[in-house]
Design a protein around this ligand. Structure first.
Ligand SMILES: *Cc1c(COP(=O)(O)O)cnc(C)c1O
Length: 368
C-alpha cells in the first residue's frame, strides 16, 4: 500500500535526534515554556524573518489568540467582520466565531484553490476589520493588490499558515507577509510535531506581548493576570522535536516540489484537472496535491484497489456543516463543487520514485 503520508517513516529518519532531545527534556525537570520553547521560537523567527514568534498549543489556538489579541488591543470588537475563504479548513472559521467576530465567506479560485483576491473588495463594509488569507494546500495566497486593498481599507491581514510553513512570495516567507500569522505543527503538517503544537508569528510587538500573555492565563508575570486568558502553552518536548525537524524542513519541502513537478508534468488524463502551477513569484510547499475530477469517488476506489491511498480535503465545506446550521442555506458554488471533486494524492518527503511513477501510471490509465 502506498500511504497517503507515512508519518512513521518521516519521523524514523530523525529518530536518534528525537530520542536524544526527548531525554534532555525528561532529565531537565522543566516541561512547559522553557529553554527549548525559547530556542524553537527564536529559530522559527529567524527562519521566517519575523520579529516575534510565540509557541502555543495548536494551530487553532494560534489563530484565535491573534484575533483575541486584536480585540484586547481595541483593534476589533464583537460583531466585526473578518473575510475568509469559504473552502478553508473549519479551524480558520472557528477562530473567528469563537471570538464573536463574523466570518464573511468568499469563494476561492477554482484552480489555485485559494481565495479569489478579485472578490474581496465587493464584501468590504464598515465593520470589516481583517482578511484572513489561507495558504491552502501549501500554496501561497498573496498579491501586491491584496496589500493595497488592506492598506486602503485599514484592514489587518492575518495569514493562516497552517499548511504552508516554508513557502514564500517574492522571497518573503509566508507568515511574514501579513500583520500576523498562525502556524500549526499537527503531526501531518509539513513541519509536524509528535503531538499538538502551534505558533503565532508577527512583527507587531504589542500584539506579540498580548498573545504571549493571553496564551498563559493572561499573565505577563506569574500570578498577575491582566487579561482573562486561556491555557495554550507549548510543551518543551514538542518544541525540542520541532527544533530538530525545522532543520530538515527546506529539504523536505524541496522534495515535495520534486514530486509535484512530476505530477504536474506527467499526469495526463481528460478526466483529471490538475492544480495550477506556481507563478514566478510564488514558492509553494505543497502540503497537499489536490486534483479535481467529476468521478472522484470512482477514482478514489480505483486507486485504492491498486494499493494507492488517497484522501479528500475536504468532503463537506464549512457552510454545509451541522456546526454552522445557520449557514446551510447559503450557496458558494465554486466551493461546493470543489468539495465534490477534490482528491488528494499521496505526497510527502518519503514517497519514493517508483511509488510516484506507479501513481502517475495508474492515473494515466484511468478511464470510465
Ligand atoms: C491544521 C489547520 C489548522 C489548525 O491547526 P491545529 O494544529 O490542528 O489546531 C488551521 N487551519 C488550517 C488551514 C489547517 O490546515
Amino acid at each position: 500500500m502506498i500511504k497517503f503520508l507515512d508519518i512513521q517513516e518521516i519521523n524514523q529518519q530523525y529518530s536518534d535526534d528525537l530520542k536524544k532531545v526527548a531525554s534532555e527534556v525528561i532529565d531537565s525537570g522543566w516541561y512547559i515554556l522553557g529553554k527549548k520553547v525559547q530556542k524553537f521560537e527564536n529559530s522559527l523567527a529567524s527562519y521566517i524573518k519575523v520579529d516575534h514568534v510565540i509557541g502555543v498549543a495548536n494551530g487553532l489556538d494560534a489563530l484565535r489568540l491573534i484575533l483575541r489579541g486584536y480585540i484586547e488591543m481595541g483593534v476589533m470588537k464583537e460583531g466585526d467582520e473578518i473575510i475568509v475563504p469559504a473552502n478553508t479548513y473549519i479551524a480558520s472559521i472557528l477562530s473567528i466565531t469563537e471570538n464573536k467576530l463574523v466570518p464573511v465567506l468568499v469563494e476561492p479560485e477554482q484552480h489555485s484553490n485559494n481565495l479569489d483576491l478579485n472578490k474581496i473588495e465587493d464584501v468590504i463594509g464598515p465593520r470589516t476589520k481583517a482578511i484572513m488569507v489561507v495558504h491552502l494546500f501549501g500554496c501561497v495566497c498573496w498579491s501586491e493588490e491584496l496589500g493595497r486593498i488592506a492598506q486602503k481599507n485599514n484592514l489587518k491581514i492575518i495569514e493562516d499558515n497552517a499548511q504552508a510553513v516554508g513557502a514564500s512570495w517574492k522571497g518573503t516567507k509566508t507568515g511574514a507577509l501579513g500583520d500576523a500569522a498562525g502556524f500549526s505543527f499537527y503531526p501531518g503538517k509539513n513541519l509536524g510535531a509528535l503531538g499538538d503544537a502551534g505558533a503565532v508569528a508577527t512583527k507587531d510587538e504589542s500584539l506579540a506581548e498580548t498573545v504571549r500573555a493571553m496564551a498563559n492565563y493572561g499573565s505577563h508575570r506569574k500570578y498577575e493576570n491582566i487579561y482573562k486568558g486561556i491555557n495554550s502553552r507549548l510543551d518543551e518536548i514538542q518544541a525540542a522535536f520541532l527544533a530538530v525537524k525545522l532543520k530538515y524542513l527546506d529539504f523536505e519541502n524541496e522534495y515535495r516540489r520534486g514530486v509535484v513537478k512530476q505530477y504536474l508534468e506527467q499526469i495526463e488524463n481528460p478526466h483529471i484537472v490538475l492544480p495550477s502551477s506556481p507563478q514566478d513569484d510564488q514558492e509553494h510547499v505543497w502540503h497537499l496535491f489536490v486534483i479535481q475530477t467529476q468521478k472522484r469517488d470512482y477514482l478514489q476506489h480505483y486507486l485504492e484497489k491498486r494499493g494507492i491511498q488517497t484522501l479528500v480535503h475536504y468532503p463537506i465545506p464549512p457552510h454545509k456543516q451541522l456546526a454552522f446550521r445557520e449557514w446551510n442555506h447559503l450557496n458558494f458554488p465554486v466551493t461546493e463543487k470543489m468539495h465534490e471533486t477534490n482528491l488528494s494524492l499521496p505526497l510527502g518527503p518519503t514517497l519514493d520514485n517508483s511509488e510516484v511513477s506507479k501513481i502517475i501510471n495508474c492515473l494515466n490509465e484511468f478511464s470510465i
